[in-house]
Design a binder for this molecule. Structure first.
Ligand code: IPM
Ligand code: MG
Length: 355
């Protein structure tokens, strides 16, 4: 098959981890006789430096006409340390999510057998944990208006907004997911406090009548934060709003042993985007030490969700698994001598070609 893939490496460790995913995709291309056309484009701090816009029009046009977008990371310490900066790299990511209509961010969390001892949680809690978080991605406090400062600058405000339709489309996806998995859905909210959460609860309760075979429970977000690390195996599919999903999935990543391992797929109206859940990790930039597995596993999600290549996706997952079992892993999860970012990418690409 011929497929067009937009490659937005972004900032920090983005370029080095995306390079590894590209090596792996090229191995898939050779092994399965596909033709992948990779086109790079700017986004994030590097795009601000180049043209003053963190999500330039050309990048958006490229994303719109591609079959999938592979994305690394964005962010730069010079902006993190300057809360007054008016143009910020993160605005590029938010603009991309909004303009591509990516309302659902799918974040699968599963413990890898060979890494169970790496988790800060007890092995018996982690072994067998396997759930997926569906995070709403284009609404809530990330986008709500009004936002800003009072005239004298001493008060700041953000607004959390959700419409019924925004809740229905992500909740529907979550019910469908639960149906395909173990049939259990946990809807996380703060309905004891927030009006938006009460609309979430009411809407999901109503929608449940269309999915009577799915077991539905509601959980307050503070409780969910606690249960995620005390009893992760109780979860199957979790659906939640934008900010709660952001926070809970970083927390959930420790179950697997490293934030560097978690992939994600953002899907919705236009082209889907595939990206690791971690950030730009500026301290590691250019050092060839960052874990590329979150990005390589995102490429597997891309094969499965956007390219119609489930066997290729499985092959990538198997190769990642094999690299972990063989101890060819980066410093964050290594037992003995760690491998570099590029060594892990080379090993996985070679494994695929030989398999
Ligand atoms: C994520 C990230 C982003 C978010 C940042 C980089 C804006 O943390 O994808 O989880 O908050 O959504
Ligand atoms: Mg986050």
């Amino acid at each position: 098959m011929k497929k067009h893939i937009a490659v937005l490496a972004g900032d920090g460790i983005g370029p080095e981890i995306v390079d590894q995913a590209l090596k792996v995709m090229k191995a898939i291309e050779t092994k399965y006789g596909h033709e992948f056309v990779f086109t790079p484009a700017l986004m994030g701090a590097c795009a601000i430096d180049a043209c003053g816009n963190p999500y330039p029009e050309e990048t958006h046009d490229l994303c719109m006409k591609s079959d999938a977008v592979l994305f690394g990371a964005i962010g730069d310490p010079k902006y993190d340390q300057d809360p007054k900066a008016r143009i910020r790299p993160e605005q590029g990511l938010l603009a991309m999510r909004k303009k591509l209509g990516l309302y659902a961010n799918i974040r699968p969390v599963s413990a890898f057998k060979s890494l169970v001892h790496k988790s800060p949680l007890k092995p018996e809690l982690v072994d067998g944990a396997d759930f997926v978080v569906l995070r709403e991605l284009t609404g809530g406090i990330y986008f709500g208006e009004p936002r800003g400062r009072s005239e004298n600058g001493t008060t700041a405000f953000d607004t959390c907004v959700y419409t019924r339709d925004e809740i229905i489309r992500i909740a529907r996806l979550a019910f469908e997911y639960a149906r395909k998995r173990k049939g259990k859905l946990t809807a996380v909210d703060k309905a004891n406090i927030l009006a938006t959460s009460r609309l979430w609860r009411e809407t999901i309760q109503e929608l449940h009548s269309e999915y009577p075979d799915v077991e539905l429970e509601f959980m307050f977000v503070d409780n969910a934060a606690m249960q995620l690390i005390t009893w992760p195996k109780r979860f199957d599919v979790v659906v939640t709003e934008n900010l709660f999903g952001d926070i809970l999935t970083d927390e959930a990543s420790v179950i697997t042993g490293s934030l560097g391992l978690l992939p994600s797929a953002s899907v919705g109206v236009h082209t889907s985007v595939f990206e690791p859940i971690h950030g730009s990790y500026p301290q590691a930039k250019g050092k060839n030490i960052a874990n590329p597995l979150g990005t390589i596993l995102s490429a597997a999600l891309m094969c499965e969700y956007a390219l119609g290549m489930p066997a290729e996706a499985e092959m990538i997952r198997m190769a990642c698994q094999a690299s972990m079992e063989s101890g060819v892993v980066t410093v964050d999860i290594a037992e003995g001598t760690p491998s570099s970012t590029s060594e892990v990418g080379d090993w996985i690409a070679r494994y695929i070609l030989k398999a």
